[in-house]
Design a protein around this ligand. Sequence first.
Ligand SMILES: Cc1cc2nc3c(=O)[nH]c(=O)nc-3n(C[C@H](O)[C@H](O)[C@H](O)COP(=O)(O)OP(=O)(O)OC[C@H]3O[C@@H](n4cnc5c(N)ncnc54)[C@H](O)[C@@H]3O)c2cc1C
Length: 323
Amino acid sequence: MTAVTGTRYGSLLYPDPAPSAIPRKHPAMKPPPFRYHTPRSLPEALDVLRESPGEARVLAGGQSLVPLLNLRLACPEVLVDLNRVEGLSYIRDDGARLRIGAMTRQREAEFSELLAARSPLVVEALAQLGHPAIRNRGTVGGSLAHADPVAELPCVMTALDAEFVVAGPGGERVVRANDFFLGPYETALSPGEILVEVRIPLSPAPPAASFVEFSRRHGDFALAEAAVVIEGGESCTGGRVVAAGPAWTPSRLETVERLVAGSGVGRADPGPRRELMEEVARTAEAAVAALETHADATAYQRRLAAVLVTRAVARALERWSRN
Ligand SMILES: Cc1cc2nc3c(=O)[nH]c(=O)nc-3n(C[C@H](O)[C@H](O)[C@H](O)COP(=O)(O)OP(=O)(O)OC[C@H]3O[C@@H](n4cnc5c(N)ncnc54)[C@H](O)[C@@H]3O)c2cc1C
């Protein structure tokens, strides 16, 4: 992957916009001029996007986009505010999946009893996302569409094998989380599309899972993080292990997944677990070293990611044996 030059935003580099896109005559820390639309329905929002191809951005909670506008790192000509669009904020259980509307505030999801009961991993990660003031406005869909490489939700949704419903001029399509995050702040969304729903597959009981991150100060963007989901009845048969931090996107560590699933570790059998964890630590280190890491990733960040993966696996196995 080519190294990206840019400006530090949060914990990472944000790619520089073309210099010509920055209207220098305006004072710093104020957004460039834009046309502002407040559609009331999804079709209306999609129409505005279609009429301004390539120049429009949707505004959700504004917790990433507004700083980017003020810093002139984003200079869209048109802003399509989704805050008055009806029907994009909900959390529902349809029996097979949990469905979360893209405009659901992160804080609402954090305190959702339904999510706590059916997908506690999401709640565990949300509690570590920024500060309450950010989560009060920030949306679930906004965090996913923004695709910061160390954001909590992309990592967790990849571990949960979630699907994203995307609406566009030609109707709706569904993209798996694993195929959605393409690079730093880059997703499978096309310019005229809006992320409308997140779908998390459900099993009769929530799978054992854990999310672990490390940041320098409470509320900062993480330096690295790991999410783990363990599947299986009496013995572990599968699951997903995801690391984020050293690479541009959340990355599944399939060698660690195969190791845990193939270990035959049982719910009530802690016997081989110590040896397994030593093997997990070695495998995680090799798996993170093999990732295509970004130019900014330090040896410390890679080592940290491997340690967090090991801790997340240990915590998920512990929860599984207590279930
Ligand atoms: C001080 C501070 C600390 C933070 N710390 C963290 C942290 O630790 N972890 C973390 O993950 N985040 C953190 N954030 C970011 C926060 O989580 C944002 O809420 C999130 O990144 C974007 O969500 P939003 O709803 O505010 O989207 P916006 O800022 O409105 O939009 C972000 C981007 O996504 C696009 N977008 C938004 N919604 C959609 C949609 N439905 N369909 C298509 N495109 C869409 C916008 O066009 C824009 O490009 C922090 C932010 C601040 C200011």
